[in-house]
Design a protein around this ligand. Sequence first.
Ligand SMILES: [Mg+2]
Length: 378
Amino acid sequence: MTHDITRVEAFALSVPVGFEWAGSKHVRRNAMTYVEIETASGLVGHGLTALSPAPVVATAINRVARNALLGLDATGHEHVWNVALWALTAPGQTGIGCNALSAIDIALWDIKGKIAEKPIWALLGGARRRLPAYATCGFSFFDRDQLAEAGQRMCAQGYDALKMQVGRPGLDAREDAVDVHAVIDEDVRRIRCLRDAVGDGVEIAMDAGARLDGDHAADLAARAADLGVTFFEEPVVANDVPAMAALRRRVPAMKVACGQSEGQVWRFRDMIAANAIDIVQPNVIVAGGFTGAARAAALAVDANLPVFHGGGASYHNAHLQAGLAAGTGLEHQMSSSPAAEKVFDGLPVFADGHLEMTDAPGLGFTLRDGVLREFAVD
Ligand SMILES: [Mg+2]
């Protein structure tokens, strides 16, 4: 029986997660694109991408990648990957095509794991079974009391490192003439509030989601460094490489983390070569799947920089962080992780601030019944 590809099918989903537990009425919708690749042997692998418009990515897979991949041997992984790369991203653009490529690559690794009867983290290298995790719980839609409650709640669950959103609204809302300086001032008050709530023994990191200009990012970085914030993720708009390098020079006390939204390995090369980042964050659902993320991780190893996780999809990224020696730890994101729990059965469980990998083949988890209907978007 061959493993020739007989079906490539993508589904755009929107998965709501509520935050009633923090006294907030907010419902956050998590957009994601789920893909299945089936082979002539009857094996079905699945993959995922997010942080992009799901219907557009699903269309790219269903209308472009499918025609290129049908009939190819799924075990010829590099061949299939390169065919998909050139079909979706030629001549090397980042963006939507890389998201589609990532979901496809993850499905190929899932198939490979199922054939080998080994989990992906073991196939990648099996560096560690147990991963430390930090909790991203400081959402910008929380008021200060809710932020404090969210932090205390995660510490009570065994987390000793937290991440919070800052710089919002920033340049994403400039048509409303946002006073970004006032936003930064409020961020500093919120950091103090979270620090007071959880104490000095807990690490706090912050994430601007690529929404700030260099000057405001540097201002916030300097003030947050004084409050013991350990790293600043995606500080500036478009992950602008010279601006991040300038920020590092202006505020040496603050580490810069970046990479979760980057789709091509040369973006990581440019960030590392320009001394623009301290922490490299390849995200398997964006950076070309496990294949692309492992290439970015290799660049980090060459530069003696840590490979860390940000950007959600923790159950997928866990395989990369556990598989590679350069891996360090995992984000447990309080919107993306509950969304994944609504979509998949058989997920490993976060406990005591850690995630323990399983020996289930491939990704090790499966789609829950009815999900494609329940959360479908056009
Ligand atoms: Mg982030």
